[in-house]
Design a protein around this ligand. Structure first.
Ligand code: ADP
Ligand code: MG
Length: 293
């Protein structure tokens, strides 16, 4: 590649909000045939809000939310911020948590006011032998079928709440997917979220290939397997959990709205997290490379 046309391409990308790290990335981008996308924060806004709460056992909602917010205030996850925002909006105060631990792709735990508090997906709570998780799943299904993410709160080993959290799809996402499909690219959604939620979002967006309950490690393995099959893979994501897969992909694409770790692992950063930048980068690469040839 002649440095001049690459510089022009990179410059044009930057003006369109597509930040391209180096010449190699610009070269490979025209060859991609598969685009793997994360759901939360990539297809969706990543500014989720609590849309429903159900309490179990003898707990009062305000107390459960206080304990939950104490733990979530120490987490960077968008779901955590939804819980904290809700508690602040309700004008509830929350105590200090200690022994905070994050289980990537599953949830968080800590001790608060002498209680052991665990928050996360149903699988995680079941693994940790929380009792009565099945009671929480009854109404969860209805929220998930609307595309909401459901997290469960356990206090001292017993289910205390189900919290449904809604994260709207970004305004730019449908057009972005339409363009990618129109270019003949295969689009696959991967998410750590539960199957019913993933299905609802995928159906709404016309994505016919998706995988739910995928751990960060398996996102990475999935991309690796596609490459082994001879696919040229772009992977778009926003979170710490996406970073290994972004690094593995032929082109890693980070949402500029995402975490620093994702941005560092990627070859392309989309300013403002606008997924239409994937198609823009692809066509920019085609133009640049045809100028060079
Ligand atoms: P995604 O791939 O959709 O970005 P993650 O891998 O980050 O999702 O998380 C997968 C699931 O783990 C979430 O849907 C949620 O159920 C649970 N989870 C992760 N972090 C948290 C947290 N801080 N609070 C509650 N639940 C969490
Ligand atoms: Mg994400």
């Amino acid at each position: 590649a002649t440095p001049m046309s690459v510089m022009v391409g990179v410059g044009r990308g930057a003006r369109e909000g597509v930040l391209i790290k180096n010449a190699e990335v610009l070269e490979v981008m025209e060859k991609i045939d598969t685009v793997v996308v994360d759901k939360t924060g990539t297809l969706t806004q990543g500014r989720p809000e609590v849309s429903a709460i159900e309490i179990f056992g003898e707990w009062k909602q305000a107390d459960v939310l206080g304990l939950a917010a104490a733990v979530e205030s120490q987490s960077e996850h968008p779901l955590a911020q939804a819980v904290v925002r809700r508690v602040k909006a309700d004008n509830l105060s929350f105590p200090e948590a200690s022994d905070f631990e994050s289980i990537t792709g599953g949830g968080v735990r800590a001790r608060v006011d002498g209680h052991a508090v665990l928050i996360g997906k149903a699988d995680l709570l079941e693994e940790q032998s929380v009792s009565e998780v099945s009671a929480g799943k009854v109404n969860a299904a209805q929220h998930q079928s609307q595309g909401a993410t459901v997290v469960f709160v356990a206090i001292d080993g017993k289910l205390a709440a189900m919290v449904a959290i809604t994260d709207p799809i970004k305004e730019s996402t449908p057009a972005a997917l339409e363009t990618l499909h129109g270019l003949g690219l295969r689009v696959i959604m991967l998410t750590g979220d539960a199957e019913p939620t993933a299905r609802a979002v995928a159906e709404r967006l016309g994505i016919d290939e998706f995988h739910a309950g995928v751990s960060p490690e398996n996102k990475h393995k999935f991309v690796k397997r596609l490459k082994n099959e001879g696919k040229v893979v772009a992977m778009a994501g926003d979170g710490i959990n996406d970073a290994p897969a972004l690094a593995e992909a032929d082109v890693g694409i980070a949402m500029g709205t995402g975490t620093g770790v994702a941005i560092e692992s990627a070859g392309v950063t989309l300013v403002g997290g606008d997924l239409r930048g994937v198609a823009a980068a692809n066509s920019l690469s085609r133009k640049t490379m045809s100028n060079i040839r």
